[in-house]
Design a protein around this ligand. Structure first.
Ligand SMILES: Nc1ncnc2c1ncn2[C@@H]1O[C@H](COP(=O)(O)OP(=O)(O)O)[C@@H](O)[C@H]1O
Ligand SMILES: Cc1ncc(COP(=O)(O)O)c(N)n1
Length: 289
């Protein structure tokens, strides 16, 4: 079982604000008009964890709790212009990427974040919970080559870990092997292989190239898991923006997503969204020391 503790609520000090250390996180991702996944989930999560959120849109996705009906990718020039708008003005302490649909879009994002001295959290979004492909199948190669080596931490689910490594990832041993390949062969700084798609406890595996850390919570029996991956990685980004260590950030994110799944409202006719406010029910539960 994962340890849980009651923790202090985070507020920046006067000094931190003066030093421009108010935590700021940026998400670069697609949309979910029903608010459970994508940019919307990321911004809600940043806000809940008391981090100032910024967002750059990659694609507009017509989706709801039942599935995806249409996708419109923004022009490359518009993606580049948004990156310029943000980076010429406000420097984030953490950058998270979610859905980036094409190799060309990935190249643009990679070229802009390469030079940034900031934590980069990559959620290698490929397929929605509904089974709909959110990125070009050919773009997986670009994801591996251009973006993944820049990542402080990458957060694949099991099918994404399989696509990245080219090997089946079904068991805990497979997760360990995949984690090693993702860090040592593909060049990510660290990885959390998420076991949300396994049977039994919700088992995630963190690996930083030196040691493994297992994050285990009881599986919640619900179909309302739309946006779990987005929310989890956004929570890691928020905690890193605040300056917490990687392992602390991952532990807090796990606690945050557990509560969000535990207290869903059953919204929508399909796989409903998680409850981004649920951590408030357990005072300070999702805050780091
Ligand atoms: N039914 C569940 N009960 C508890 N935790 C879950 C459940 N489903 C997913 N999680 C957790 O949510 C996070 C996202 O995992 P996952 O669903 O595998 O990602 P994705 O949304 O990218 O497919 C992980 O921490 C995972 O363990
Ligand atoms: C725009 C966008 N990005 C990502 C997801 C994946 O959602 P999940 O976290 O359920 O895998 C999604 N459905 N839509």
């Amino acid at each position: 079982m994962m340890e849980s503790s009651i923790k202090e609520i985070f507020y920046p000090s006067e000094e931190e604000i003066k030093m421009n250390r108010f935590p700021v996180a940026l998400t670069i991702a697609g949309t979910d008009p029903t608010g459970g996944a994508g940019i919307q989930a990321d911004l809600k999560t940043f806000q809940e964890l008391e981090v100032y959120g910024m967002s750059i849109l990659t694609s507009v996705v017509a989706q709801n709790t039942q599935g995806v009906s249409d996708i419109h990718h923004l022009p490359l020039s518009m993606l580049a212009a948004q990156l310029e708008s943000v980076f010429s003005d406000i420097q984030p302490h953490a950058i998270k990427t979610g859905m980036i649909a094409t190799a060309e879009m990935m190249e643009i994002v990679a070229s802009r974040i390469k030079s940034k001295q900031t934590q980069y959290i990559m959620d290698p979004v490929m397929v929605a919970t509904s089974g709909h492909h959110l990125i070009d199948e050919q773009a997986v190669a670009s994801l591996k080559e251009s973006l993944l080596p820049l990542a402080t931490v990458v957060t694949p689910n099991l099918p994404e870990a399989e696509a990245l490594t080219g090997s089946p990832v079904k068991t805990v041993d497979d997760m360990r092997e995949a984690a090693k390949v993702i860090v040592h062969d593909l060049g990510a700084g660290s990885v959390v292989v998420k076991g949300g798609h396994m049977e039994g406890d919700a088992f995630d595996l963190f690996y930083d190239g030196f040691s493994f850390h297992e994050l285990i919570t009881p599986r919640i029996n619900t179909r309302h898991t739309h946006g779990t991956g987005c929310t989890f990685s956004a929570a890691i980004a928020a905690e890193l923006a605040k300056g917490y260590t990687l392992l602390d950030a991952v532990k807090t994110a796990k606690q945050f997503i557990q509560l969000a799944i535990e207290h869903t409202w059953g919204l929508g006719k399909g796989n409903g969204p998680t409850n981004h406010m649920a951590h408030r029910r357990v005072k300070g539960a999702a805050k780091n020391d």
